[in-house]
Design a protein around this ligand. Structure first.
Ligand SMILES: NC(=O)c1ccc[n+]([C@@H]2O[C@H](COP(=O)([O-])OP(=O)(O)OC[C@H]3O[C@@H](n4cnc5c(N)ncnc54)[C@H](O)[C@@H]3O)[C@@H](O)[C@H]2O)c1
Length: 363
């Protein structure tokens, strides 16, 4: 169990094998929220939510996938909470991956100016990343995460047994974010061997999770929690480190066409490119960069530059220019350092190096 304090908001994370009972969830709140609570899930996680929910609980079932991270879902969730009779001290329990927790978390943050909130995270990406740290959001005007809030769930459950039904591509996507977090952790390279043990698990829908998975999720939660505690609202530099590999990854996702590549596949490619950028600028020691790339290759992530799914190099560079992580006209990249990672700024004038790297000319 991990206790975090995100700028005054307490958040307790429970990593365990089994799906929690309602009593488990309620035990995190004092005084206990009045029932009924509202359970928010998607069509694929409803069966998990029904295992936690008491008879007669309010339910809001969203469609599965990124399209549910919408204003429409927020409205549907708020209406369901009202119909279920929740007051301001009512409890929202979001059961699902990052889409459900981001969208239901946002709805909870505005319901009567803030209801109580618990998550049961059901994807590897959710456990390693989305369920921790308090960022909520929905996509709006075709822009990802355009509307959102900082609103950490008071209680987060990560029942690892539910990962067994997660399809292999979703497992691969989540693992890339765990690897990113291990790189950020000063001592995280020691975890690399543990990742290789997950090769079977991310290749096949039926492969069982190796025992090391729980420890790797714990490490990701610890590292992310520590970073967010230091910079809960991303006003400093600390939280931006979580964007390691992401400037490249987001530009790849945009140039490939949103939804063509899983986020994690793009992150793995972005991590390899960040190593090359860091090496070219003398910030990433070559042996560390090589070690990271070897790990990603061993796990069969596509690392070729240019990426086969990249629309075109021009499109990629244009997407890069529009990245949210641009600050005062300079592009921010996070690259692996001697230990952990560091932020570097590149102006559009000296962006040719990035173009060469994305084109594979620096390999
Ligand atoms: N808030 C944050 O800090 C943060 C961080 C990273 C990502 N995110 C967001 O998270 C979202 C992606 O999350 P995700 O990858 O979990 O996607 P997701 O929530 O869409 O889940 C992926 C798919 O798996 C299904 N699924 C969920 N749990 C399952 C289970 N146990 N068994 C079988 N199927 C299951 C879902 O229905 C969905 O079809 C993105 O919108 C991203 O922006 C948020």
């Amino acid at each position: 169990m991990y206790h975090f304090n995100f700028g005054g908001a307490e958040s307790v994370v429970h990593i365990q094998e089994n799906i929690p009972s309602l009593d488990d969830v309620l035990s995190n709140f004092a005084p206990s929220p009045p029932l009924p609570a509202l359970f928010v899930c998607d069509s694929r996680t409803e069966r998990i939510a029904r295992r936690v929910a008491p008879d007669g609980a309010g339910f809001c079932v969203l469609e599965a996938g990124e399209s549910a991270k919408s204003w429409r879902s927020v409205e549907k969730t708020l209406r369901s909470a009202r119909e279920a009779g929740l007051g301001r001290d009512g409890l929202f329990v979001a059961v699902g991956g990052g889409v459900v927790t981001d969208s239901a978390g946002f709805a909870a943050s505005v319901y009567m100016r803030g209801a109580r909130l618990a998550f049961v995270s059901t994807t590897l990406l959710g456990m390693a990343d989305a369920a921790v740290g308090g960022k909520t959001a929905v996509d709006l005007f075709d822009l990802k995460n355009f509307a959102g809030s900082f609103y950490p769930a008071q209680a987060v459950y990560m029942p690892t047994s539910v990962l067994q039904s997660l399809p292999a591509p979703e497992r691969r996507s989540g693992l890339a974010e765990i690897i990113k977090t291990a790189i950020l952790d000063g001592d995280g390279d020691d975890a690399f061997e543990g990742f290789r043990a997950l090769e079977g698990f991310i290749r096949s829908d039926d492969a069982p999770a190796p025992p090391s998975l729980c420890e790797l999720i714990s490490q990701a939660v610890r590292v992310k929690g520590r970073i967010v505690e230091a910079d809960p609202k991303e006003t400093g530099e600390e939280r931006a480190l979580l964007n390691l590999g992401h400037t490249f990854a987001h530009a790849l996702e945009s140039s490939a066409g949103l939804g063509k590549l899983s986020h994690g596949e793009a992150v793995a490619w972005g991590l390899a490119r960040s190593c090359e950028l860091g090496e070219a600028l003398g910030r990433t020691p070559a042996p560390r960069g090589a070690r990271i790339r070897r790990l990603l290759e061993d796990l069969s992530y596509e690392l070729a530059a240019p990426h086969p799914a990249m629309g075109s190099l021009d499109l990629f560079m244009r997407s890069l220019g529009g990245d949210k992580k641009k600050k005062a006209g300079a592009l921010r990249f996070v690259v692996p350092a001697e230990r952990g990672a560091e932020i570097i700024q590149l102006t559009m004038e000296n962006i040719d190096l990035v173009k060469h790297i994305a084109a594979g000319a620096c390999a």
